[in-house]
Design a protein around this ligand. Structure first.
Ligand code: GLU
Length: 503
């Protein structure tokens, strides 16, 4: 068997959405599982939909995920160029070749003529299709005589090349994920293969490139399933062996019905793109997982499981583990429901695996406010707070009191924790802390316990107002840990402030 070669073939029409990123991931996992090559090809023949920056975005998103192409416009390779806009001479050769077969013809109908026919059909409540039933009534090299065609060509009349869909043939197709199915050619139209400027359309360029680049497996989104019949016939027309096909099901909305859209992301507050993308025309920024605080390992892991389950229903898998286990035959036929909670769960899991030092780097990058405390203190805060964090920034948000003294005190907590005796008690405690020599959580804890016992008070009577003075509310990790990290000066100042300001 020839070496497995899989391509990801996005069009640079905007940022890669989750579905596209998952296609790229499955392309990569399948190729690598088989010891094959993963190719990135940019399908930019439709210049009207080209978006500045989209190609760089796609490359950067793949790199962030750790999906590095073996061949691409950036990496080069033996089958380049890898941008369709640079392959015109190759397409020209094959345009000439297919016109010599009985599978293609030249069509001279102008856009205005076709619009007029479409309107006539619409007026009768019908839909016009350029196909094996109508082509004889239209202006093309099948309906016109050889002389008429020659005259049109001599007059340099623009024409498109159309595929001549065979009449009433049943195509027996096979998809790796969906199994066998049949299509009758009478439901397919005569697609344009080459536009009147000589540039091939997606269908023609796609099969030429897949053949030229020796692609063995076409793994792509299910929106291309209706094109599979045409593509198989195009391979037949060119006398080439078709690759195998696998069409991936959709990623569905969180409620389970319909394709996940950017609007769902805005509505439920999660990104649908791997990285932030700034629209070059409108300047509008679409949110990305990277900027939201997702770790690439978590992103890739949850993405892979949207549509595929590894053996034993394992959930935490590295890209390497997934590469070993990936099986296209086990990819689900049904759509995969996106869950924000699940995505966050994965991020939480991966965040716990990071060392405190790594988290410190991330936290400093996302939340520069943390720089008000020393690195040594920051590392302690991270150690205490990471267990409850999903994103690096949660460490700051849940532990804001480490970085800023409270300026207000929670009303409800005040009622519960503060009474007439509290100010005197807290002042005494502040003094006690001031005189403590070893300022670490354990001695602090012992000192506070001792103080409480001596006073014959219950623990809550001292711990609650103490916490309130330090944090501003009744939350956070153990009080002695908080005091150690804040340090003597800051802790004492906060307690004195509370005594002064709470009435
Ligand atoms: N350029 C197509 C897209 O962006 C590729 C489809 C295919 O993989 O054949 O979806």
């Amino acid at each position: 068997m020839s070496k497995v070669r899989v391509r990801f073939a996005p069009s640079p029409t905007g940022p890669l959405h989750l579905g596209g990123a998952r296609t790229a991931l499955y392309d990569y996992l399948f190729a690598k599982n088989k010891g094959g090559d993963f190719v990135l090809r940019i399908e930019d023949t439709d210049t009207t939909r080209f978006v500045e920056g989209a190609e760089d975005y796609i490359m950067e998103a793949l790199e962030w995920c750790g999906i590095i192409p073996d061949e691409s416009p950036k990496h080069g390779g033996p089958y380049g160029p890898y941008r369709q806009s640079e392959r015109r001479d190759i397409y020209d050769r094959y345009t000439e070749a297919i016109l010599k077969t009985d599978y293609a013809y030249m069509a001279f109908d102008t856009a205005e003529e076709l619009d007029a026919i479409r309107s006539e059909y619409e007026a009768r409540g019908e839909v016009f299709s350029y196909d094996n039933k109508t082509r004889n009534t239209l202006r093309n090299s099948i309906s016109l005589s050889e002389e008429e065609v020659q005259q049109l060509l001599d007059a340099k009349t623009p024409f498109v090349v159309r595929f001549k869909m065979p009449f009433d043939r049943t195509l027996n197709l096979e998809d790796i994920i969906r199994g066998k199915f049949s299509v009758n050619t009478n439901v397919l139209d005569d697609k344009v293969l080459v536009k009147n400027d000589g540039m091939p359309t997606y269908h023609f360029a796609n099969i030429i490139d897949d053949h030229e680049m020796k692609i063995t497996h076409v793994i792509r989104g299910e929106e291309w399933l209706p094109s599979m019949g045409l593509h198989v016939l195009l391979y037949e027309a060119m006398g080439w062996e078709a690759p195998e096909f696998a069409h991936l099901s959709l990623i569905l909305k969180p409620e389970g019905k319909g394709k996940l859209s950017k609007r769902d992301g805005d509505k439920f507050g999660f990104p649908v793109f791997p990285l932030d993308f700034k629209d070059p025309v409108t300047g509008v920024v679409s949110k990305g997982y990277r900027e939201e605080g997702y770790l690439p390992e978590a992103f890739v892991n949850f993405l892979a499981l949207l549509g595929w389950s590894p053996a034993d229903d394992k959930e935490i898998l590295s890209l390497e583990d997934m590469t070993k286990e990936f099986d296209l035959y086990k990819v689900h036929k049904a759509g995969a429901r996106f869950s924000k909670e699940k995505a966050e769960w994965f991020n939480h899991q991966y965040l716990q695996k990071k060392s405190d030092t790594e988290l410190m780097k991330m936290l400093k990058a996302s939340t520069p406010n943390v720089d008000v405390v020393s690195e040594a203190s920051l590392l302690k805060v991270i150690g205490l707070m990471k267990e409850r964090a999903t994103f690096p920034k949660d460490i700051y948000e849940n532990g804001k009191f480490f970085f800023e003294a409270p300026t207000t005190y929670d009303e409800k907590a005040l009622k519960k924790a503060w009474n007439d005796e509290t100010p005197a008690l807290m002042s005494e405690l502040a003094n006690l802390l001031q005189n403590l020599e070893v300022f670490e959580a354990n001695p602090i804890k012992e000192a506070v316990h001792h103080f409480t016992e001596e006073k014959g008070l219950g623990m809550g009577k001292v711990m609650m107002p103490l916490r309130l003075s330090l944090v501003g509310e009744l939350k956070g990790p153990d009080v002695p840990d908080i005091i150690e990290i804040l340090g003597k000066e800051e802790s004492v100042a906060r307690i004195q402030n509370a005594v002064k300001n709470i009435h």
